[in-house]
Write a protein that binds this ligand. Structure first.
Ligand code: ADP
Ligand code: 5GP
Length: 194
């Protein structure tokens, strides 16, 4: 039943922005806090924005099979902890994962009922402008992320749901409609099973 939502797409496309708007409109949605080995950006808090782990700790948790999915991205590790997902779903609330494409592929296997949404940029030029405009990454890091983005954009046909984030409000409307529709459908299915 569609109670897990995976939002994927290249860095800088607007995933975080769209998820924030989605959660204003669908407040019961929980956001899974990922683990990463990258350094916190100014203002980011451990346990809130990410669980910030050292490389060794990340490796140990991979070995302990603590991750639902994990991937290397632009030289850093990122992953969804099973404990995090279990804690978020325990109260019966739907959960959103904001992850890159390799992780989304793993979730497709491990959680086949999850609804996967690929957020696409209107153009690669717009993606570059957004990454630079966000101001969180230096020029070299932006170049690195754009190189990864080229490959990620090729994965778009794998996804049943693609939303182009051109006008932010339009993209947010589409995402809200998709999530509400999937939640209504899941509620209908569980009522039919009662
Ligand atoms: P992601 O989470 O995919 O890396 P962000 O949500 O951080 O991307 O967005 C990257 C930047 O692009 C932010 O500065 C954000 O304000 C901006 N942005 C997001 N959506 C749009 C849009 N539709 N049009 C213009 N700028 C946008
Ligand atoms: P950032 O460094 O900009 O926070 O994230 C870089 C990329 O890693 C983004 O595309 C983001 O969606 C992705 N990411 C964040 N958390 C996870 C995760 O738990 N698993 C995977 N596979 N990717 C993640």
């Amino acid at each position: 039943m569609s109670r897990v939502f995976v939002i994927t797409g290249p860095s800088g496309v607007g995933k975080g922005t769209l998820i924030a708007l989605l959660r204003e409109r669908v407040p019961q949605l929980e956001l899974s806090v990922s683990a990463t080995t990258r350094a916190p950006r100014p203002g980011e808090r451990d346990g809130v924005d990410y669980h910030f782990l050292g490389e060794e700790e990340f490796d140990a948790r991979v070995a302990a099979r603590d991750f639902v999915e994990h991937a290397s991205y632009a030289g850093r590790r990122y992953g969804t902890l099973r404990s995090e997902l279990a804690r978020r779903t325990a109260a019966g609330r739907p959960v959103v994962l904001e992850i890159e494409v390799q992780g989304a592929r793993q979730v497709r296997t491990s959680l086949p009922d999850a609804v996967q949404v690929f957020i696409a940029p209107p153009s690669t030029g717009a993606l570059r402008e957004r990454l630079l405009g966000r101001g969180t990454d230096g020029e070299q890091e932006v170049r690195r992320r754009l190189a990864v983005a080229e490959q990620e954009l090729q994965a778009q046909p794998e996804f049943a749901h693609v939303i182009v984030n051109d006008r932010l409000q339009d993209a947010a409307e589409q995402l809200v409609a998709l999530v509400r529709g999937a939640l209504a459908n899941a509620a209908g299915q569980s009522a039919a099973l009662d």
